[in-house]
Design a binder for this molecule. Structure first.
Ligand SMILES: NC(=O)c1ccc[n+]([C@@H]2O[C@H](COP(=O)([O-])OP(=O)(O)OC[C@H]3O[C@@H](n4cnc5c(N)ncnc54)[C@H](OP(=O)(O)O)[C@@H]3O)[C@@H](O)[C@H]2O)c1
Length: 271
């Protein structure tokens, strides 16, 4: 079966609308991208739609070189009209840490600055990466996490690694295993998991044989293929487990959380 994330989306959305009404001006989000791939372009499209729906100011700017990206981030960090800055991932041929050090952590609404990522180790999630936070919110609204065996497939700084820290927080206390391309016998890990989070960016990597019956499977993948957008989890997994759909699952919650982070940044600046 599929997990319906709409009630969670509706709840986040209605709370957010009330907060937006109280702001003195329209919050502004600037997206800085560099050589965006097809999944990034697809993600930005849904971001833009969502920003418009909430009446938020949204602009995309493409950097010409890595140095140009850094220059843009410095100037947007100093610009008082801009509340939040989102830098797309991946950034080909770029040292991401060097880039993010040039971003004001108070405007880092995707939680990629070393300060915001480091805060996760202390259990502080003011700006956690939105996709990792979306996975947490879906799990918290759907199932018990404490004591569960969670296997995350993928160790990126935007999803796998921050998510592992967030799941280890004492109030969540999951037992976490993080897998990657050097993991031997991936299915041995996923088969034992109560919860599988697939964040590898590989179409239909997780098959029915790799998942135990009734497991909760969170599909983070957004893969643009000739058959349209597909996740990292094969369709037939939903015959035996509870799976988030792609599209309309993690991505839906991620996008609304990014808007929530923008409003949080604007509230901090405006009050
Ligand atoms: N739904 C959303 O809102 C949302 C948001 C962001 C990203 N995404 C999607 O989520 C996916 C992952 O994104 P990302 O930015 O984390 O990707 P990424 O930076 O490319 O990282 C992918 C991770 O998956 C691991 N991996 C790749 N192939 C694997 C395999 N066959 N077996 C085991 N591990 C494997 C990689 O291992 P190594 O470290 O060993 O290379 C790496 O750690 C993409 O499809 C992306 O489009 C979705």
């Amino acid at each position: 079966m599929y997990i319906d994330v709409k009630p969670l989306y509706t709840q986040i959305r209605s709370e957010l609308l009330k907060r937006i009404e109280k702001l003195r001006r329209e919050p502004k989000l600037v997206v800085v991208t560099y050589k965006p791939d097809s999944s990034t372009i697809s993600y930005l499209r849904s971001q833009e739609k969502s920003a418009k729906r909430f009446g938020l100011d949204y602009e995309i700017i493409e950097g010409k070189t890595p140095q140009h990206v850094i220059k843009l981030l410095r100037s947007f960090s100093d610009d008082e009209e801009i509340d939040g800055i989102f830098v797309t991932h991946p950034l080909p041929d770029v040292d991401e840490m060097e880039v993010f050090e040039n971003l004001d952590p108070r405007k880092d609404i995707e939680g990629r600055h070393p300060y915001n990522l480091g805060m996760l180790a202390y259990g502080e999630e003011f700006f956690a990466p939105c996709t990792a936070e979306a996975v947490i919110k879906i799990l918290e609204s759907y199932t018990e996490i404490i004591g569960k065996n969670v296997v995350i497939v993928g160790r990126s700084n935007t999803v796998g690694k921050p998510l592992s820290l967030m799941l280890l927080r004492r109030d969540r206390s999951a037992t976490v295993t993080v897998c990657h391309t050097k993991t031997k016998n991936l299915s041995e890990f996923t088969k034992k998991a109560d919860i599988v989070v697939a964040a590898a960016g590989r179409p239909e990597l997780i098959t029915k044989e790799m998942v135990k019956e009734n497991a909760v499977v969170i599909d983070v993948g957004i893969n643009v293929t000739e058959n349209g957008i597909v996740g990292d989890v094969a369709k037939e997994v939903s015959d035996i487990a509870k799976v988030t759909p792609v599209p309309g699952g993690v991505g839906k919650i991620t996008t609304v959380l990014l808007m929530e982070h923008l409003v949080k940044a604007a509230e901090r600046i405006n009050f």
